[in-house]
Design a protein. Structure first.
Length: 162
């Protein structure tokens, strides 16, 4: 399900997002420093307000962009690192449930799904997994026996157990 190309794409997207958040903030900070120095040289009593405004605007812009724009891409990059890593668990069971609603799991948009690993249809044998909402939906029917490769509760790949 996941490839190194996905990782390259996410890294490129993350670099662009960091630049979009950091460059305008840095420009605002540099302008604030320049205005502060100019104000001190001119012994101005009012340019400190412009310095404060530039600092607040630059900082608020960075914090907003980081939280809304950069952080989700960083979380997805970390997720891909786990999915492409070697610390995977294999679970085989009956594909019991796949949610139609997207939920949030550790900052990622996912579908929840249940796999029953027992011999009988006992609810104690149900295992909860999360399937990435940005990947194509699995082509398995409910009740089919599947093997899930996962890291923690996040599905890395699914295949038929038959």
């Amino acid at each position: 399900m996941y490839t190194q190309e996905d990782m390259r794409d996410v890294k490129a997207m993350l670099a662009k997002r960091w630049a979009a958040a950091a460059v305008p903030s840095a420009i605002a900070l540099i302008c604030a420093i320049a205005v502060f120095i100019y104000g001190r040289m001119q012994r101005s009593d009012s340019l400190w307000m412009l310095t404060a405004m530039l600092t607040v605007v630059g900082g608020a812009y960075f914090i907003f962009c980081y939280g809304v724009y950069v952080r989700p891409a960083a979380i997805y990059r970390r997720h891909l690192t786990f999915m492409l890593g070697d610390r995977m668990r294999t679970t085989t069971g009956v594909f019991k449930f796949f949610s139609k609603d997207v939920t949030d799991h550790d900052g990622l948009e996912c579908y929840s799904m249940l796999l029953n690993v027992g011999e009988k249809d006992d609810p104690e044998d149900d295992r909860l997994f999360y399937y990435d909402a940005y990947k194509p939906l699995p082509a398995f029917e409910l009740g089919e026996r599947v093997t899930v490769l996962s890291n923690d509760k996040m599905v890395s790949s699914m295949k038929s157990a038959c």
